[in-house]
Design a protein around this ligand. Structure first.
Ligand code: GRF
Length: 193
């Protein structure tokens, strides 16, 4: 992806819906000299998203967008993104499915992190399904977003072993720790010249 022009960092928006631990790891990464991105705005569809506090802590603009009318919500988001000259979107626990039209507006510039070894276990309740299916391994994947759910080109994956006594909760914790590492790594991978 040839987005890194000159020495300026890529203006990035992070979309969240919940805790925001991936957002936190991305913010920390963005502060490093080696990071190609700067996080300009946090977008949440959920006013109660815990991650919004990070906007305050790190002095990053935040915008809460009501998704009751998705068309309108996406129009409002596109307006914000344009206003802030955003050139990359990182979805980080964002629980809404963006429309084809929205994705086309940012074609090839939207990334997502998913807590499974895609293409296995797309969608929700990943860890429970993985355990119920008696999988030996799981992991996480950073991928480009296309119009099919969790199906865009894979950028980076991390595989982890599942122990006999792992529960969806313990697995989620282990994988989340890895997510925090691979999201920044995937961004470095894309933008390393
Ligand atoms: C992560 O497991 C992410 O992969 C999934 O939702 C979770 C979000 O966690 N899509 P957080 O809000 O980043 O803490």
């Amino acid at each position: 992806m040839a987005l890194l022009a000159g020495s300026k960092k890529i203006k990035t928006a992070v979309f969240i819906s919940g805790t925001g631990s991936n957002l936190k790891s991305l913010i920390k990464f963005s502060k490093l000299k080696k990071s190609p991105i700067s996080i300009e705005i946090i977008i949440s569809n959920n006013p109660k998203s815990k991650g919004l506090i990070l906007g305050k802590i790190y002095n990053i603009k935040k915008k809460i967008i009501n998704f009751k009318k998705q068309n309108l919500a996406e129009k409002n988001i596109l307006f914000e993104l344009k206003k802030n000259k955003i050139n990359l979107i990182c979805l980080a626990g964002f629980m809404k499915i963006l429309s084809k039209n929205f994705i086309n507006n940012f074609n090839g510039k939207i990334l997502n992190i998913h807590p499974s070894l895609l293409p296995k276990f797309k969608g929700l309740n990943t860890h429970k399904r993985v355990i119920d299916n008696k999988e030996k391994y799981s992991g996480c994947t950073v991928h480009y977003v296309n119009s099919k759910l969790d199906s865009g080109k894979i950028i980076l994956q991390k595989k982890i072993k599942i122990n006999k006594n792992d529960t969806p909760k313990s697995l989620s914790k282990k994988i989340l720790n890895q997510e925090h590492k691979i999201y920044p790594k995937a961004i470095l991978k894309i933008f390393s010249l």
